[in-house]
Design a protein around this ligand. Sequence first.
Ligand SMILES: Nc1ncnc2c1ncn2[C@@H]1O[C@H](COP(=O)(O)OP(=O)(O)OP(=O)(O)O)[C@@H](O)[C@H]1O
Length: 256
Amino acid sequence: MGDTVISVRGLRTQFGAQVVHDGLDLDVTRGEILGVVGGSGTGKSVLLRTIVGLNAAREGTIEVLGSSVPARSKAERERLEGRIGVMFQDGALFSSLTVRENVEVPLRRIAGLAPKTQSELADLKISMSGLPYYAGDKYPSELSGGMRKRAGLARALALDPEIVFLDEPTAGLDPIGAAEFDRLIHGLSRSLGLTVFLVTHDLDTLYAVCDRVAVLAEKRVLVTGTLDQMGRVDHPWVRQYFDGPRARAARAPKEG
Ligand SMILES: Nc1ncnc2c1ncn2[C@@H]1O[C@H](COP(=O)(O)OP(=O)(O)OP(=O)(O)O)[C@@H](O)[C@H]1O
């Protein structure tokens, strides 16, 4: 078993009177691709945002790469931000910047980096994310949805993170584009040793790339395990999700 890079204990999150998580525990191991699933509104995105420090926990502890979240000092926060990358659902790109400039934003944090090196590094991440060479000069509005997602991934990879957080990376992609994205994520994780925290509804993605799955239900992580283990979990939502016709179809290529 590798080292634990994310550790969440007793997490409680709340908006007004609405409790989203209560007593949530989760561990993520270095190098794994963890798929986070659960019904709509169970708090998958809120969990992601809370782990990366964008949403405050009411109770509990979160450690990412050995640092507490929220970080105790500005220096620690900046160090941690340099070691993780986040890709939001719509790419969350700056519309007034080209793709290359968007990817350069996190690179500006590296002191003393010459502008030329900065743009070469950005081009490298753009090509690693499977975008054509000309995409760097385009504005987000000039790209297809799939290309915008790749640009968001390029930005998330800008600082060579150890962990990437992906929020529904294949949502809205056509099946061929989604399968390409799955291969890209899997390839990057295996070649770079990246840990991937992946929120998804896409059963094909789960079966194609995830080493392990965490199921969110009843305000906590109900169960974690491999996809094989999910088949043996005796819980109505888990049974319905992993034994429904869509899951069987997604599993078929692996079993065949
Ligand atoms: N900033 C916010 N302010 C108030 N409530 C919020 C906020 N963000 C999320 N919520 C609420 O928290 C709950 C969980 O939202 P979240 O987006 O994490 O769900 P999800 O599991 O990712 O859902 P989906 O699968 O539909 O994307 C929802 O009821 C949502 O309305």
